[in-house]
Design a protein around this ligand. Structure first.
Ligand SMILES: [Zn+2]
Length: 252
């Protein structure tokens, strides 16, 4: 089978998928046959949902483009997307809704407390995650790059950091979540919506100190969990403040 050389320039956060010694350089790869550019880029390391745009010889192409040999290829992530380039994914639902992989169990509660619809079950395998994401137009959040390489995945993000609070900031920056914050409107335990509830309706379920010092409460309509502006609320306000802080988007 014929071998071709292609040259590749990788921009912004897509460099995270390259071997360290290849970052920041024009890389040359040798390709056999005429694979699709999608398969070629995934073999290099970048899952297709992370690639927002592709230029081949300065021309915008989509994932079905087949390698001929000799191409100059540039790939762009969402945060370094140049104007004039055709986007590879359809527009995201606003605000985005998520399905969170089992390896991000601490992130999911934080997203829900900020008001974001985030499905999570610790017994979902990759195929079910991909199917639910596709049926419900959800963004897949995962620490597993392989999951994002499933062909049916449209929107997905590989969470870089392992620190749960930093993960929330990372996802918020990627999807501009600060514009859609709705703290305490969703249940961290079950993803149900919460609503204000009169104190007398739930007073018998409160600890004496909570009953004494707090008057406003919210109740999860699905699982009955009670929320109030207690100590965990300070943490939520800190996250809101951090999310509203200066943008720390990466440079190309
Ligand atoms: Zn609930």
């Amino acid at each position: 089978m014929l071998q071709h050389a292609i040259s590749l320039i990788v921009h912004g956060s897509l460099k995270d998928f390259l071997a360290r010694e290849l970052r920041g350089k024009r890389c040359v790869f040798h390709i056999k046959g005429n694979p699709s550019i999608k398969d070629t880029l995934e073999a290099v390391g970048a899952p297709h949902p992370e690639i927002a745009g592709i230029l081949v010889n300065k021309r915008s192409v989509d994932f079905s483009y087949q390698i001929q040999g000799g191409e100059d290829i540039e790939i762009f992530p969402a945060e370094a997307f140049p104007s004039g380039l055709a986007p590879l994914q359809p527009p995201l639902p606003t605000p985005p809704i998520f399905i969170v992989d089992v390896n991000l169990g601490k992130l999911v509660g934080k997203l829900r407390l900020m008001g974001f619809d985030s499905l999570y079950k610790n017994d979902l395998d990759d195929h079910r995650i991909v199917r639910i994401a596709s049926e419900q137009q959800r963004v897949i959040l995962t620490r597993d790059r392989g999951l994002l390489k499933h062909g049916a995945v449209v929107w997905g993000y590989w969470v870089r950091t392992t620190d749960p609070s930093e993960q929330l900031l990372e996802v918020a920056r990627r999807y501009d979540l600060q514009e859609h914050l709705a703290p305490m409107t969703r249940c961290s335990a079950c993803n149900g919506l919460t609503a204000e509830v009169a104190k007398e309706e739930i007073a018998d379920r409160l600890q004496p100190r909570t009953r004494k010092y707090y008057d406003r409460f919210r109740l999860c309509r699905d699982c009955g969990k009670i929320y109030w502006a207690g100590s965990h609320y300070r943490k939520i306000l800190e996250w809101v403040e951090a999310l509203a802080g200066p943008e720390k988007k990466r440079q190309t």
